[in-house]
Design a protein around this ligand. Structure first.
Ligand SMILES: Cc1ncc(COP(=O)(O)O)c(C=O)c1O
Length: 375
C-alpha cells in the first residue's frame, strides 16, 4: 500500500518532544505509574505478578469486560482490543474497504479516517463542516451524497479538531439514514465521556445499529496514551471475525502491562474522568476569556465536548507562519490547519493539560508583541 504522509503525526514527531509547551495536544493530562497504582489497594503486588508472555489476541477477557461496560448493550465478545485507536482504524479500513468503494467522511478529520481509504483506491466524499455555520453538519448534503456504492459513513463525535458534537436528534437522523440505506457507520468515539454536559452525550453507534462500529481508546478522555490500548466494539460478527484475523498481521496481541493498567483505569474511570473534566473546565474558562479579549484576532467557537478546539485566525497572516513564530519565539506548539489539509486559516488548540494556563500566557505575550497595533 502506498499512503501519503500523516501530516499531523509528522509534525508532532518533529516538535512535540523538543518544545516546552504543547498547546495543541488532544489527549488529557496523563498519569504516572505511581499515580495509577494509588487507585487500588494491593495493586503493586498485582503488578509484580503480571505475566509477560503473549496475551490473548482479542484482548484480555477481563479488559474486554471492562470496556463493554462503557456501552449499553455490548458484550465482551463484541469487543476487540488493539494497539491504540490508530491500529483499529487501520485494520477496519483494510478489512472492510476495496478499491472503488465510496465512503463519506465528516471533515476536517483525523487523517487516517480518510487517507487509508484513499490509499486503498476508494472514492472519498468529504462531508464538510464550516465555522460560518458553527461547525454544524448539513444533513441534506449527506442525504444527497449517499448512493448505491456507498459502503460507509465515517463519523467522529466529539470531533477532532472542532470539538463539535451534534444534538441527539441530529445524530439519530444520521444513524437512521445509514440504516435506511444499509450503509455501515464507522464511529470514532475516542473523545466520548468528555462532554461538558452529560445530557448531551451521544449513544454509541455500536449500541444503536448492528452495522455500527465504535472505536474507543485509553489515550484521550482517560489520558493514558502511552498504554497504546484502543478497541473496536461491534455487533457485526462476520466483520469482527475478519478484523480479528487481520490483526494477526499487525500486532497479534497487546502488551500485558498495558492491559493491566487499562483494566485498573477503567475500573476507576469515574475518578479519572472527573479529574480530566475538571482540568478541561478550568482551562476552557481561561480560553473563553482569552478569545473574548482578542476577538478581533480570532474567531472562537466554543466546543461542546473534548479537549481541543479549532479557532480561526482573522488577521491576514498565514497560520503556518503564525504557529512557526510562536514556536520559535515562545517555545509553544500550536497545530496549523494545513496539517489537516483544511486551508491555512485555523489552528488546533488543546486544553486537557495542567500547564495550559502557562502556555496561554506565552501565547498572549506573543500576540501582544506581534499585533501591538491591532489590539
Ligand atoms: C479522532 C482520532 N481518532 C484516532 C486517534 C488515534 O488515537 P491513538 O493515538 O490513541 O491510537 C486520534 C488521535 O489523535 C484521534 O484524534
Amino acid at each position: 500500500m502506498r499512503i501519503k504522509d500523516f501530516k499531523l503525526e509528522e509534525y508532532f514527531a518533529k516538535h512535540e518532544f523538543n518544545v516546552k509547551y504543547t498547546l495543541c495536544s488532544s489527549d488529557c493530562e496523563s498519569f504516572s505509574v505511581d499515580e495509577l497504582l494509588t487507585l487500588e489497594k494491593d495493586s503493586l503486588e498485582d503488578l509484580k505478578g503480571v505475566w509477560l508472555g503473549y496475551t490473548e489476541s482479542l484482548g484480555s477477557p477481563i479488559l474486554r469486560e471492562e470496556i463493554s461496560k462503557l456501552y449499553e448493550n455490548i458484550h465482551q465478545e463484541e469487543v476487540l482490543v488493539f494497539s491504540g485507536a490508530e491500529e483499529a482504524i487501520f485494520v477496519f479500513m483494510n478489512v472492510f474497504l476495496s478499491k472503488g468503494d465510496h465512503i463519506i467522511v465528516q471533515y476536517p478529520a483525523y487523517q487516517s479516517l480518510y487517507e487509508i481509504a484513499n490509499a486503498i483506491g476508494c472514492k472519498v466524499t468529504k462531508w464538510l463542516m464550516d465555522d460560518e455555520n458553527n461547525w454544524e453538519l448539513d444533513l441534506d448534503f449527506l442525504e444527497a451524497n449517499v448512493n448505491q456504492s456507498t459502503k460507509c459513513i465515517v463519523l467522529n463525535f466529539p470531533n477532532n479538531p472542532t470539538g463539535y458534537l451534534p444534538s441527539k436528534e441530529k445524530y439519530n437522523r444520521i444513524v437512521n439514514l445509514a440504516k435506511k440505506n444499509d450503509v455501515y457507520l464507522l464511529s470514532d468515539e475516542v473523545y466520548k465521556f468528555l462532554e461538558y454536559s452529560i445530557a448531551e452525550r451521544l449513544p454509541s453507534a455500536c449500541d444503536l445499529y448492528n452495522k455500527g462500529i465504535s472505536i474507543g481508546v485509553m489515550s484521550k478522555s482517560f489520558g493514558l496514551a502511552g498504554l497504546r490500548i484502543g478497541w473496536i466494539a461491534t455487533k457485526d460478527k462476520a466483520l469482527y471475525k475478519a478484523i480479528a484475523s487481520f490483526k494477526n498481521y499487525t500486532t497479534i496481541c497487546n502488551s500485558a502491562l498495558s492491559e493491566f493498567f487499562a483494566i485498573m483505569a477503567l475500573r476507576n474511570k469515574s475518578v479519572i474522568l472527573k479529574r480530566n473534566l475538571g482540568i478541561i473546565s478550568d482551562n476552557l474558562n481561561l480560553l473563553d476569556n482569552f478569545f473574548y479579549k482578542y476577538k478581533d484576532l480570532f474567531k472562537w467557537i466554543k466546543p461542546k465536548a473534548g479537549s481541543i478546539a479549532f479557532p480561526r485566525l482573522l488577521v491576514e497572516d498565514s497560520v503556518e507562519d503564525f504557529c512557526l513564530g510562536l514556536l520559535k519565539e515562545k517555545n509553544v506548539l500550536l497545530m496549523p490547519s494545513t496539517n489537516y489539509n483544511y486551508g491555512d486559516r485555523y489552528f488546533r488548540i488543546g486544553f486537557g493539560r495542567k500547564n495550559m494556563p502557562e502556555a496561554l500566557k506565552k501565547l498572549e505575550e506573543y500576540i501582544k508583541e506581534k499585533y501591538e497595533a491591532l489590539i
